[in-house]
Design a protein around this ligand. Structure first.
Ligand code: GDP
Ligand code: IMO
Ligand code: MG
Length: 427
């Protein structure tokens, strides 16, 4: 399998970081192709926990090449913090194992400021963004007023383009939002000097990924967020600003779509969402609190408590259909231990209509109700189980049934945060 796309099939935080780190062992190159430091990908190795925001989750393997593609929105402050944080913990990071696309758009201070101010402006209609400047940066990319990493490496060009951008953004900050504008000279100086530090990493990442593939090296594409947060196919407008599924790879990693050999989704055995927006299978009160606690569901980027709910087969089937998933990994099955019965969503209803396929044509999901079915639970702690046959019978039955109703084979099951806590479906 020379190239494999691994992406979130729900609303993010499915456990992508853990699985990418695990799968990277057998790969040569790991590539992020979209999103930015809104992502928080947790990898636990022994006693050590790493939360990666921009650097691909293959970085803990010293012999792998990690690439940040041009579809990623790169905050140089966050990236350099991440590099320094890993170096301080003895992880090898240099221009050989970390490559940064020259064409990736840069997230500036003004993007983060405007992200926060726009959320206040939206009031009740806020999205609940991570505040990492994602929407404003991708907005400028589409409006053709953004700067790319290569622009930071050329001080004169950076000065012209950032100066022009800030003239407009400062007017917005000051005149619309009534806040203090940013100091233009200071901003230019600060970002040009960060550009200098980034120089050793900067490359034509697209060309390098394509070459790696042609030379027969194994390439793993790491998705951030999840399909239900996709700019085109998610629960718009409560989405992020990039193409989170397999479709984001061709543009974001400059990689031909027909060379993506396999696609695996990642989905929890239940479901969570951070921020605002529709979440049909959401649960509330003590039931939600118990699931949140059992799954330690607090944002890896913002620390916000995640909203919790049951596995939603309608949404996951949609994510698999959109991406052509050939397999999937069910994560956090261990979190369901101790429940008498486990509900999961099989259909949506609104008025006299009933959908078993995701109703992407609806303007709003506000009126949608969910039809649940249940299966019996199990009480055993399964975190140390390593073969499918050793799972409690009810856990096996749950996995097999969910697999059947999603219509896509489960290739692995994750039963704990640690690298080793994985069950191969065939075991
Ligand atoms: P990502 O954004 O998809 O990489 O996921 P996050 O790292 O934001 O959130 C997943 C959380 O669940 C992290 O705290 C992981 O350490 C943890 N985790 C991942 N897989 C499992 C699992 O199978 N069981 C348990 N209990 N925790 C897991
Ligand atoms: P990982 O890669 C979960 C959510 C935010 C908000 C919406 C828009 O760790 O799975 P943005 O800052 O992108 O403009 O916010 O998207 N969101 C995520 N939720 N996991 C993520 O990343 C997310 N990245 C963004 O909470 O609802
Ligand atoms: Mg996360």
């Amino acid at each position: 399998m020379p190239s494999l796309s691994v992406f979130g099939a729900q609303w993010g935080d499915e456990g992508k970081g853990k699985l990418i780190d695990f799968l990277a062992e057998a790969k040569d190159v790991v590539v992020r192709y979209q999103g930015g430091a809104n992502a928080g990908h947790t990898v636990v190795v022994g006693e050590e926990k790493y939360v990666l925001h921009l650097i691909p989750s293959g970085i803990l393997h010293p012999d792998k090449v990690n690439m940040i593609g041009q579809g990623v929105a790169v905050d140089p402050i966050k990236l350099l913090e991440e590099v320094d944080g890993l170096l301080a913990r003895g992880i090898h990071v240099d221009g050989d194992n970390l490559r940064l696309a020259a064409g990736a758009h840069v997230i500036f201070e003004h993007h983060k400021r405007i992200d926060g101010l726009a959320e206040i402006w939206r009031g009740e209609g806020r999205i609940g963004t991570t505040g990492r400047g994602i929407g404003p940066c991708y907005g400028d990319k589409a409006a053709r007023t953004g700067l790319r990493v290569a622009d930071l490496l050329d001080p004169e060009r950076a000065k012209d383009r950032l100066g022009a951008a800030l003239a407009e953004k400062n007017a917005l900050i000051e005149r619309v939002h009534g806040e203090t504008p940013l100091d233009v000279a200071e901003q230019i100086e600060s970002y040009v000097s960060m550009g200098d530090r980034l120089r050793p990493f900067v490359a034509d990442v697209g060309a390098e990924v394509r070459r790696a593939y042609k030379e027969g090296r194994e390439v793993l594409f790491e998705g951030a967020q999840g399909v239900m947060l996709d700019i085109d196919h998610g629960t718009y407008p409560y989405v992020t600003s990039s193409s989170t599924g397999v479709g984001g790879i061709s543009g974001g990693a400059a990689f031909p779509p027909q060379h993506i050999d396999e696609a695996w989704g990642i989905a929890k055995a239940y479901c969570t969402r951070v921020g605002e927006g529709p979440f049909p299978s959401e649960i509330f009160g003590d039931e939600a609190e118990a699931l949140r606690k059992a799954g330690n569901e607090f944002g890896a980027t913002t620390g916000r408590p995640r909203r919790a709910g049951w596995f939603d087969a309608v949404a996951v089937r949609y994510a698999f259909d959109l991406t052509g998933a050939s397999g999937w990994i069910m994560t956090k099955l261990d979190v369901l231990s101790g429940l008498d019965e486990i509900p999961y969503a099989v259909a949506y209803r609104s008025g006299s209509e009933r959908w078993t396929e995701y109703p992407a044509h609806l303007a709003s999901m506000d009126d949608v109700q969910v039809e649940f079915e249940t299966m019996p639970g199990w009480s055993e702690d399964i975190t140390s189980v390593r073969s499918f046959a050793d799972l409690p019978a009810n856990a096996r039955a749950y996995v097999e049934h969910i697999e059947a109703i999603t219509g896509v084979p489960i290739v692995m099951i994750s039963v704990g945060p640690g690298r080793e806590a994985v069950i191969h479906r065939s075991s």
